[in-house]
Design a protein around this ligand. Structure first.
Ligand SMILES: Cc1cc2nc3c(=O)[nH]c(=O)nc-3n(C[C@H](O)[C@H](O)[C@H](O)COP(=O)(O)OP(=O)(O)OC[C@H]3O[C@@H](n4cnc5c(N)ncnc54)[C@H](O)[C@@H]3O)c2cc1C
Length: 468
């Protein structure tokens, strides 16, 4: 194995997700000698595209959607020739409340006008509060202390009157964070909202974060970057220790050790915290990695010969206050065949169902789909379940989030370099934090920090072409 053993580079990157690969790509554009160490046998991290049993239909087990303001991702996809198509967003959506099925069109259910009014008003209020949160330093917001001392749940309890609006907001929050409103600092929810633009950007399909998908699957973007980097990406190399001194860094993975001038750790904080650092990290940074849990979600695909719900005038989109299948989308390929329903089981539901058998979960999910779309929906030809919380090299998703108090006490440690170590990963992004676009921003920013350490700055990239 030629690339095992002792290696050296100018910069070593840990993690070949979008952040790590983008960092390496950016460094290569300046001619920097770089190596990327990836724990898994594949690149892409929280994006992973497989083929369904028909050998043709692309199934995104992880991240998949791109929204209109996610410009970095769009630019990179275009460079790599990874094309997009619109998410199916035609027809009536379903809201399922306490055993009753309601249909509506538009982003917000219009079942009870009082509830709708309050949801719209609350979203406006939260959007306005969000814009008071500085993206690079949320803890400096004028009301940061007050907002970081409470959860979104306590804020909703104090500020939202109708039960329906409370439930709808909770559904949206679970869908965005894969966590419960009680888990999240209000300040974090506001930061995240601002980082995406607004709550409308976060929850929207057309004109929102769920607007388009990639024909080849989202992992194609990481695969494209990895192909350009060639043998500079070393797979099956879980990093377990990082040492640094005045002369450089040594990054130790199973069967390979890399010496370099700088390291970019492109992992979510909970995974970065599993590495042994020598000397030990500053306490604030180490304790930050103890305080940014990952969300909990099952991503489930149900495949049918056709998207039969479309003929019934349904979009395939569902929200359910209390069901297992809390959120559903039409995830059929661009051609429309086969029909694919995408189910998310989120937050507490995912936690509770993780202790049950796969068969029990499947029965519960299909039972819900039967209620939403009729008996046909309970009989898919294929059923594919992915649980990211059980993945050793992800530990949950979509992203790490901040419980109360963390931004205030530990926020400054999120991106602050530690000697020769620089931190990337979507959790460190200021725009589209938690998303693929944010991962790319973070990779580029960390690469620029490493360039500065190498004494390369100011001058633009040596070439727009990425050198292999
Ligand atoms: C189910 C799901 C749905 C999502 N939906 C969307 C969506 O629709 N749109 C969107 O924009 N985003 C979505 N996301 C989020 C998006 O996928 C992530 O924000 C993004 O992929 C994160 O990239 P990253 O490079 O920061 O981290 P990661 O992708 O987590 O990359 C970290 C890499 O480091 C590797 N690694 C871990 N530990 C080690 C170690 N010790 N040594 C070496 N390597 C290590 C991992 O294997 C991984 O490859 C979703 C995520 C999931 C899981």
């Amino acid at each position: 194995m030629m690339h095992r053993g002792e290696r050296s580079a100018e910069v070593v990157v840990v993690g070949a997700g979008l952040a790590g690969l983008m960092a390496a790509r950016h460094l290569r554009s300046f001619g920097v000698d770089v190596l990327v160490l990836e724990a898994r046998s594949r690149v892409g991290g929280r994006t992973w595209s497989i083929l369904a049993g028909d050998g043709q239909t692309v199934i995104d087990m992880g991240g998949q959607w791109i929204g209109p303001t996610q410009k970095r991702l769009a630019k990179l996809a275009a460079e790599l020739g990874v094309t997009t198509f619109p998410t199916y967003d035609v027809g009536q959506n379903i809201q399922y409340i306490d055993g009753e099925r309601h249909t509506y069109s538009g982003a917000i259910p219009l079942i009870d006008p009082k509830v709708t009014m309050e949801v719209v008003q609350t979203m406006l209020t939260l959007n306005m509060m969000a814009h008071e949160v500085p993206l690079d330093a949320p803890w400096t917001a004028p009301n940061a202390a007050e907002w970081d001392a409470q959860t979104l749940e306590t804020w909703i309890a104090a500020n939202v009157k109708t039960q329906g609006a409370r439930e709808l907001l909770a559904i949206a929050i679970r869908a965005i964070f894969c966590a419960e409103p009680r888990d999240l600092s209000l300040l974090h929810v506001l930061f995240y909202t601002h980082s995406a633009g607004s709550l409308n950007d976060l929850v929207g399909v057309t004109r929102g974060a769920q607007e388009q998908r990639f024909h080849a699957g989202a992992q194609a973007i990481s695969n494209g970057m990895a192909a350009a980097l060639g043998e500079r990406v070393i797979r099956n190399a879980p990093v377990y220790a990082v040492a640094q001194d005045d002369a450089g860094v040594r990054v130790m993975a199973e069967e390979v050790t890399v010496s370099a001038k700088a390291a970019i750790i492109a992992l979510p904080p909970v995974l970065a915290g599993r590495i042994r650092y020598s000397p030990a990290l500053p306490a604030l940074r180490d304790q930050l990695t103890q305080r940014m849990p990952m969300g909990t979600v099952y991503k489930i695909h149900c495949i049918y010969p056709t998207p039969f719900w479309r003929e019934a005038g349904l979009s395939g989109q569902v929200t359910n206050y209390r069901g297992v299948a809390a959120t559903v989308f039409d995830n059929s390929p661009a051609s429309g065949t086969p029909g694919v329903l995408l189910v998310f089981v989120e937050g507490d539901e995912a936690r509770a169902w993780s202790t049950r058998s796969a068969n029990e979960r499947r029965a519960a999910v299909l039972g819900d789909l039967g209620h939403y779309f009729g008996e046909q929906a309970a009989q898919p030809t294929e059923y594919i379940e992915q649980f990211w919380a059980a993945e050793e090299y992800s530990r949950g998703c979509y992203a790490g989030y901040m419980p109360p108090g963390v931004w205030s006490a530990f926020g400054p440690a999120l991106r602050a370099p530690v000697g020769r170590l620089f931190w990337a990963g979507t959790e460190t992004a200021t725009e589209w934090n938690g998303y693929m676009d944010g991962a790319l921003q973070s990779g580029e920013r960390a690469a620029n920090e490493a360039l500065a350490l190498l004494g390369i700055r100011a001058a633009g990239p040596a070439s727009d072409q990425v050198m292999g």
